[in-house]
Design a protein around this ligand. Structure first.
Ligand code: DSN
Length: 420
């Protein structure tokens, strides 16, 4: 691996080797991360990185597009089939770009978006004041009605929608562990004349693997997503349109030339590979196991009286209030677990009494360990080891024993190269 880099760039080679070891010997519990196949990595490291291909298949600005057109067409056709979409744009460089492109396609400056409150699980690109999109558009919020069950306050959502007349009702999240009532989102959007859009970045793999409901079946107009989380593809974004060609055309224009220049053709090729993997029946087994594993971890936290936001999980992730339950701030928990080979992230929880940089919670999930082949048995053990490490955070012997068991588990479940 990395033969050419090894010869010509020793510093970078050492960093890549270090990351290989880190991923091999540690457990990845960040719920937005995953391990891609060797085929995805080959496509992403392919010759297509050499080519400029502004435009879309069959309508490019430069010549020499015979093979780029093929690669992009494969990605488009496969992702449409995967999600039941009529149109797909596979060029967004990231999930953030997918969302920004979607806003510029659907909105005029000053228009309003109704999205999930950021401290209740929404994402930065759903209108955090630090992002530049808030200079163009107005963002209003819905929240959970009950943080112990995770139920969204749909009555308040309707009231806010009626009061602010948003052009987009935005579903989706990066730190929320329950299913959304898609029919209610669409009904509210229709009532106020808004588009129903879902940012499915976190759960796209669950939808593709038929382990979660497909928002398009409930009438959502548009779905944005990343391709690298549960979907297990290369780092990047997509925008799917359920049926309106007019909307799809606006989205294409907004992404190129509106927001981006030349598409990353090597990444688009890697997306095509990942989509074909997700179309394989084995991906459905994978998606179902992600949920089973998350439930196994939930059971351990529940049995140990650790408070989980939303009362637990119905998807791939868990938000645990480690400060409220164990008197350990999220930042400290993240660090302790890091020392025993478990990577996850500190996370703000709803109505957090602490600051965003030093919050009460941790967020973790099962997409990557499930790719590794973990079943509920190993997931249960990982949750137990997490609690052992946290409760014994000042005891070197405990931490050492936990770290050794994590290393042994990793050795027993090497990261696979192929999934189909
Ligand atoms: N950073 C991603 C996540 O971890 O959820 C969202 O962009």
């Amino acid at each position: 691996m990395y033969d050419a880099i090894k010869k010509q760039d020793k510093e970078l080679f050492a960093a890549l080797e270090g990351e290989e070891t880190r991923e091999r010997e540690g457990l990845e519990l960040i719920p937005s991360e995953n391990y891609v196949s060797k085929a995805v990595r080959e496509a992403q490291g392919s010759i297509l990185t050499n080519k400029y291909a502004e435009g879309y298949p069959g309508r490019r600005y430069y010549g020499g597009q015979e093979f780029t057109d093929q690669a992009e067409a494969f990605a488009i056709e496969r992702v449409k089939k995967l999600f039941g979409a009529s149109f797909a744009n596979v060029q967004p460089h990231s999930g953030a770009n997918a969302n920004i492109g979607m806003y510029f396609a659907l909105l005029q400056p000053g228009d309003t978006v109704l999205g999930m409150d950021l401290s209740h699980g929404g994402h930065l690109t759903h209108g955090h004041p630090v992002t530049y999109i808030t200079k163009f558009f107005n963002f209003v919020r819905y929240k959970m009605k009950d943080v112990e069950t995770g139920e969204i306050d749909y009555d308040d959502m309707l009231a806010v929608a009626k009061a602010h007349k948003p052009k987009i009702i935005l579903a989706g999240f990066s730190a929320y562990s329950r299913e959304l009532d898609y029919a209610k989102f669409v009904a509210i959007a229709r009532e106020v004349g808004a588009y129903a859009v879902i940012d499915a970045a976190h759960i796209a793999g669950l939808i593709a693997g038929k382990a979660a409901k497909n928002p398009f079946d409930y009438g959502f107009d548009i779905m944005t997503s990343t391709t690298h989380k549960t979907l297990r593809g290369p780092r990047g974004g997509i925008i799917l349109t359920r049926e309106s060609e007019e909307l799809a055309k606006k989205i294409d224009k907004a992404i190129f030339p509106g927001l981006q220049g030349g598409p990353l053709m090597h990444v688009i090729a890697a997306k095509a590979v990942a989509f074909s993997e997700a179309l394989h029946p084995s991906f459905q087994t994978y998606a179902a196991q992600i949920l089973t594993n998350a439930k196994a971890m939930e059971a351990v936290f529940k049995a140990n009286n650790v408070r989980m936001l939303g009362g637990g999980t119905s998807n791939h992730l868990i938000l645990a209030d480690v400060f409220g339950s164990l008197a350990i701030p999220g930042k400290v928990a993240e660090k302790v677990l890091d020392t025993v080979g478990i990577t996850l992230n500190k996370n703000v929880i709803a109505d957090d009494t602490r600051s965003p940089m030093d919050p009460s919670g941790i967020r973790f999930g099962t997409p990557a360990i499930t790719t590794r082949g973990f079943t509920e048995k190993e997931s249960t053990r990982v949750a137990e080891l997490m609690l052992q490490a946290l409760q014994g955070k000042d005891d070197e012997v405990t931490l050492k024993a936990v770290h050794q068991e994590i290393k042994d588990l990793c050795a027993k479940f090497p990261i696979p190269d192929t999934f189909v």
